[in-house]
Design a protein around this ligand. Structure first.
Ligand code: SF4
Length: 459
């Protein structure tokens, strides 16, 4: 099989992994493919600060010895199979870079022969790029569950980011749908990566300079499939909170389950739970960036996030005693709990009010979604209504998006976050769900691209 055919198969297969928050760069592929040779596998990814980075996103191999029920590449699936050699990965990456098509590599793989066999080849590819070819671009490597600690340690030397996909929330679900995997095989490499990060921090060597390479500059991430198993949102968010705390993960990516087979172990969903996934991303963002605890958002009596309302607005409605917040005096922690005020606008408020007192009009200029925030704030003791709002009216207003068309405001449920910050929070797909088109969110997946992108599992 020639390289182009391998690229076609393994580039297409890699799109099922969402842990590098990418979208397929079809426009770029088409533009450079006119000369005959096409360039599959080009995706765009976004850094935490919202910068766009084109990457080559491929699998090393889609030949899998495991048989996870939810995955298109499971051993029992009938589909074209291919594998790169490590040198071929290095060659293709350098060629794409020379042509200015990409500035990084996202390399994942099915479990080819065994976890160590696969991991060794992933590491060899990264090593050849760094040592043999002087590659200084971005490398995101997938760590194969069950790979030995020595290989994980070497992967950490060459990679900017590593990810081990946890996939299913509980051991029971893993046994049911991915019987070849053990939870311990997933958590052990995560722990090893954490130890490597800590050792690197304690060494005092500036980030990105150990051995002259990136050394986990972008940390580790994971992916969790939503809706293939019966766990509720509370269990999922508790797991995510634990992963952030115990393993120092940068991101947990939630991937709505999309049925790819008739396997009777899988739920018969008519459509993937995209809205649920969206709410989980919002709640996750509140936990990581706004200081919310899972227990503030959900509880035993309320184990699922509301469909109709974003989790921050839902929390605000349940906690009327917290409001109104006086914007000319409140601290940062209070301000970011107000629907319509995010970290960025809270910082701007604190800075601007040193110079002058703020009213609704000036808040709008600072990026506050005033149509939502006005229900929860006072400006110099003044509330925009003459009386307290009726709770049902307020809920209806928030469910409808709570926007009155103010200039420059984000719309829809995602408006609870600063638009730019949310773009990086939701990776690449947020815009398609709300219709919002602000900043980098214009790059969001279309609904159909997104559906395809979540069709698989971890590689
Ligand atoms: S999820 Fe990964 S390990 Fe499981 S069948 Fe797919 S490629 Fe193989």
């Amino acid at each position: 099989m020639d390289l182009e055919e391998k690229l076609r198969i393994l580039g297409a297969a890699a799109r099922f992994d969402v842990t590098c928050s990418t979208r397929n760069s079809r426009m770029l592929e088409e533009a450079v493919g006119k000369g005959g040779f096409s360039f599959p596998g080009i995706y765009r990814t976004w850094s935490e600060d919202g910068k766009c980075l084109p990457v080559l996103k491929i699998l090393l191999s889609n030949r899998c010895v495991y048989d996870c029920a939810y995955c298109v590449n499971r051993a029992s699936a009938h589909r074209p199979r291919a594998s790169f050699t490590p040198s071929e990965v290095a060659e293709v990456t350098m060629e794409y870079c020379r042509r200015g098509l990409v500035r990084g590599l996202f390399l994942s793989s099915a479990v080819w022969v065994s976890p160590d066999h696969t991991m060794e080849k992933l590491v060899l590819a990264a090593r050849e790029l760094r040592l043999g070819r002087g590659f200084r671009g971005y490398i995101h490597l997938k760590v194969i569950p069950g790979a030995s600690p020595e290989l994980v340690r070497e992967a950490a030397i060459y990679a900017d980011r590593l990810s081990v996909n946890i996939e299913l929330p509980t051991e029971i679900s893993l046994r049911r749908l991915a019987p070849d995997k053990r939870r311990e095989d997933i958590l052990s490499p995560m722990g090893e990566i954490r130890r490597q990060e800590e050792a690197h921090r304690e060494s005092g060597v500036p980030s990105g300079t150990r051995h002259g390479f990136a050394f986990l500059r972008a940390g580790q991430t994971t992916q969790l499939i939503i809706g293939a198993t019966p766990e509720n949102d509370l269990e999922i968010l508790r797991l995510a909170e634990g992963l952030y705390r115990d393993y120092g993960l940068r991101r947990v990516y939630y991937s709505a389950f999309f049925p790819v087979s008739e396997d009777p172990r899988l739920p018969a969903l008519r459509e993937p739970p995209l809205l649920r996934e969206h709410r989980l991303y919002q709640a996750d963002w509140l936990i990581r960036r706004y200081g919310f605890r899972v227990e503030e958002l959900l509880g035993g009596e309320r184990p699922h996030l509301e469909k109709e309302l974003d989790p921050k607005s839902a929390w605000a409605l349940r906690n009327p005693a917290f409001f109104p917040v006086e914007v000319n005096r409140a601290g940062y922690e209070e301000l970011i709990r107000v629907p319509g005020i995010g970290p960025r606008s809270a910082r701007r408020i604190i800075s601007a009010r040193r110079l002058h007192s703020l009213d609704l009009h000036s808040l709008s200029r600072l990026g506050v979604v005033v149509s939502r925030a006005r229900w929860f704030i006072t400006c110099n003791g003044r509330y925009f209504l003459k009386r307290d709002p009726d709770p049902d009216d307020l809920r209806r207003e928030l469910e409808s998006g709570g926007h009155g068309g103010e200039r420059g405001e984000a719309t829809g449920q995602t408006a609870l976050f600063d638009a730019g910050e949310y773009a990086s929070a939701s990776g690449t797909w947020g815009g398609s769900l709300s219709g919002e088109a602000t900043g980098p969110r214009k790059e969001g997946l279309t609904a159909s691209e997104y559906l395809r992108s979540v069709a698989g599992g971890e590689f």
